[in-house]
Design a protein around this ligand. Structure first.
Ligand code: HEC
Length: 114
């Protein structure tokens, strides 16, 4: 009986390990997508959309929209999708030379939020 209990214990430990690996996988895929989207925003949006914008034309974030964190990007996702993918008004004048691939990556990330 003790031996069976020990085997059971090992089996459940293995199960926990497998479950942890399965659960960890989507999280790390999300992390990679988050990192990519943060890099895109830093390059194409944050010059203006920051609490302290580097762009000389702005002393504060346009429309009070800062896009410096994942939380901010999530909060403004609908507006970002509209401005970057639908109307393409952003980045303003495409000053930063945002590519189609970067717009697609942002659109995919926003679609996955739903
Ligand atoms: C060169 C500066 C600049 C850059 C770069 C820029 N924006 Fe903007 N953004 C503005 C300005 C200025 C406004 C306000 C426009 C207005 O009031 O009509 C604005 C407004 C917005 C709005 C609100 C639009 C509305 O009418 O509600 C969103 C959302 C937005 N930007 C997203 C982005 C995203 C996402 C990026 C990066 C892909 C980006 N912006 C890059 C200057 C910039």
């Amino acid at each position: 009986l003790l031996e069976a209990a020990a085997m059971n214990h090992r089996a459940s430990a293995a199960l926990v390990l497998v479950a942890a690996m399965v659960l960890a996988r989507p999280a790390s895929a999300d992390d990679a997508a988050d990192a990519q989207v943060l890099a895109i925003s830093r390059k194409h949006c944050v010059p203006c959309h920051a609490r302290d914008p580097a762009h000389p034309a702005f002393a504060k974030p346009p429309r009070e929209i800062a896009l410096e964190t994942i939380g901010e990007l999530q909060r403004h996702a609908a507006g970002v999708l509209e401005q970057v993918v639908e109307t393409r008004a952003m980045p303003l004048g495409n000053e930063t030379g945002m590519t189609e691939a970067e717009r697609d990556a942002l659109a995919r990330w926003i679609a996955a939020l739903r």
